[in-house]
Design a protein around this ligand. Structure first.
Ligand SMILES: CC(C)(COP(=O)(O)OP(=O)(O)OC[C@H]1O[C@@H](n2cnc3c(N)ncnc32)[C@H](O)[C@@H]1OP(=O)(O)O)[C@@H](O)C(=O)NCCC(=O)NCCS
Length: 168
């Protein structure tokens, strides 16, 4: 497979992300940007979020083409915990890109963030995301009922986690 790389997101990724996220098959993804301007506004906050140890968000690229995104959000009450989230362009599903990107973001976490616990949560029905978590060695901890809100509906989430790094 072509080499998958991560780089920090840029405001110029906005149109591509907006297109990817608004594909009709993206049924389990919350918080889709309604307009490209919404996505630009979101991306503009990234630098500040990194500076304040809130979120580290990356574009996933293959030969410089953006094929998805992945990020880690730091739990502000328990800063040894981070939650990984991701999405991949519909055209590239099922090629191992999300699983590989989780591994790459784990390397970043190990080198830069020194977290102790990483979580992944997904809609219970999101088979693709469940498989990504399991393939990457995350353990299912249970169901969080009514955790997710998508549009006007609420949904249950599976909670997966993995312990990494050393005890402080
Ligand atoms: C979920 C998602 C990120 C998976 O990305 P991906 O790059 O296709 O994932 P991978 O190729 O690494 O998949 C891992 C495994 O899941 C399988 N898989 C992927 N999508 C699947 C689906 N929709 N249904 C069933 N299996 C699926 C893959 O075939 C692979 O299995 P294998 O290792 O036995 O071949 C992608 O479908 C997506 O972006 N969905 C919309 C956004 C989303 O739901 N994000 C997650 C929010 S928690």
């Amino acid at each position: 497979m072509n080499k998958i790389k991560l780089r920090y997101q840029q405001v110029s990724d906005a149109r591509k992300f907006w297109e990817i996220l608004n594909h009709p098959d993206f049924i389990y993804f919350p918080n889709k940007p309604k307009t490209i301007k919404d996505e630009i506004d979101y991306l503009r906050l990234n630098r500040e979020k990194r500076k304040n140890n809130l979120e580290y968000n990356f574009s996933i690229t293959i030969r410089d083409d953006v094929v998805g995104a992945i990020g880690v959000m730091i739990d502000q009450r328990r800063p040894h915990i981070g939650e990984i989230g991701y999405f991949i362009d519909r055209k590239h599903w099922g090629k191992g890109i999300a699983s590989r990107s989780v591994k790459l973001v784990e390397e970043f976490i190990e080198q830069e963030l020194h977290l102790h616990r990483i979580e992944i949560k997904m809609n219970k029905k999101n088979k693709g995301s469940v498989l990504v978590a399991e393939k990457c060695g995350y353990r299912k901890e249970g169901i969080q009922i009514g955790k997710l809100s998508i549009g006007n509906e609420y949904a249950d989430a599976y909670s997966y986690a993995k312990v990494v790094g050393k005890n402080p």
